[in-house]
Design a protein around this ligand. Structure first.
Ligand SMILES: *Cc1c(COP(=O)(O)O)cnc(C)c1O
Length: 394
């Protein structure tokens, strides 16, 4: 049994579990008992893989980045999740969860969203399946992320503001959990990253693992080996990284690099580098690394990229960090923005600012010329155009 696969009780080492209010227990338990067998059904796999191909546009290319490779003197491949429908990897997961919801007989979908990307991916699959969709979002985030709010509404979702607390992601999460407690029979809660109570982190990692499955077979065709020397991915909650790492977790000769947002700097007080600043605690029903005050209040994280602006990491990543299986590197706003622009100029690809953090590692770490380095290009930068414009004064 791999130490990187979830245990029977939902743990990765000392992280994970399901620390939930008593009233949520039946909902989570229903899912825990059924998710593995439903996902394993051949009819489920057939429908899931068919939608990934026909609707999402998979497999996404594993693109050899020639000019980038020349500049950094290594063989650099980009896994093009930015080419997925809706512009990022998040849809791999929402497709999987909505199929699961349907098989559990659920007719009403709820989700929470911070920047709005997961809300859009959820609203998209609800439209696809004709299911009712309610997305909880902090009132402040609704103001900050107007285009994504409009997208969700166009896709037929109802966006409900969370008006308590700091009016951001954690308040939206509280509202979604309250909703789920009040609607236990007809409602399915779609979580957007490898976070939340067991079985969510494992379930989301499995749905995203299509990324590393494809990397393996594409690399085999293109390079004659299934194993890169390094896989690099950015980490907010950790779902794109979990997907890109998944098939390589037990292959210790494949280096895994998880890239967090340092914001204005790890020691600046404005950061989201959980592996450095976090302590063990409970967030979103899971025991994991969490940015918190001495008396256990969650600290507001900061990053220029909305998708990395999360005060914790999923329990798998906390464990990978704990045992040293993955190297964690924190990248500042400044280095990320510079790296993002470099990819535009060298490869003609405008990356999401989350992904730009992963690219910034190329400047921090020395690779050998024969090293095969796969960077997971988690999303495209269209959504970030205003941030790029304001930062560089275009
Ligand atoms: C949401 C998002 C992330 C961060 O989420 P993870 O769960 O850590 O993958 C990274 N990149 C993009 C493009 C995103 O939309």
């Amino acid at each position: 049994m791999s130490q990187f696969k979830v245990s029977e009780k939902g743990f990765y080492g000392k992280f994970g579990g399901a620390f939930i209010p008593e009233m949520l227990y039946p909902n989570v338990e229903e899912l825990r008992i059924q998710y593995l067998s439903i996902i394993a059904e051949s009819s489920f796999q057939e429908e899931y893989l068919n939608l990934l191909e026909q609707y999402v546009g998979r497999p996404t290319p594993l693109y050899f980045a020639k000019r980038l490779s020349e500049k950094y003197n290594a063989k650099i491949y980009l896994k093009r999740e930015d080419l997925c429908h809706t512009g990022a990897h998040k849809i791999n997961n929402t497709i999987g969860q909505i199929l699961l919801a349907k098989r559990l007989g659920k007719t009403r979908i709820i989700a929470e969203t911070g920047a709005g990307q997961h809300g859009v991916a959820t609203a998209t699959v609800c439209a696809l399946m004709g299911l009712k969709c309610i997305v909880y979002m902090g009132e402040i985030d609704i103001e900050r992320q107007a285009p994504n709010v409009a997208r969700m509404k166009m896709l037929g979702a109802e966006v409900r503001p969370a008006i308590s607390g700091s009016k951001t992601l954690k308040d939206a999460t509280n509202e979604a959990i309250r909703d789920w407690i009040n609607n236990p029979t007809d409602t399915f809660y779609i979580i957007g990253s490898v976070v939340g109570p067991h079985p969510y982190p494992d379930m989301v990692a499995k749905f995203q693992s299509i990324i590393s499955k494809e990397i393996k077979s594409q690399l085999h065709t293109q390079e004659g080996t299934k194993f890169p020397n390094y896989v690099i991915a950015c980490v907010g909650g950790g779902s794109n990284a979990a997907g890109a790492f998944y098939e390589f977790l037990d292959d210790e000769h494949v280096g895994l690099i998880a890239v967090e947002a340092a914001g204005h700097g790890v020691d600046s007080g404005e950061s989201a580098a959980t592996s450095v600043l976090g302590k063990i605690g409970i967030i979103h029903g899971s025991k994991t690394l969490l940015m918190q005050t001495d008396d256990g209040q969650i600290t507001e994280p900061y990053s220029i990229s909305a998708g990395l602006d999360y005060p914790g990491v999923g329990p798998l990543h906390a464990h990978l960090n704990d045992v040293g299986r993955a190297e964690f590197i924190a990248i500042t706003d400044e280095d990320a923005m510079k790296a993002g622009l470099e990819i535009c100029n060298l490869e003609g690809i405008i990356p999401a600012i989350e992904t730009a953090h992963a690219f910034a590692v190329l400047d921090k770490k020395q690779f050998n010329p024969t090293d095969i380095v796969v960077i997971n290009l988690s999303g495209r930068g269209d959504k970030d155009l205003n941030t790029y414009i304001n930062y560089f004064n275009f």
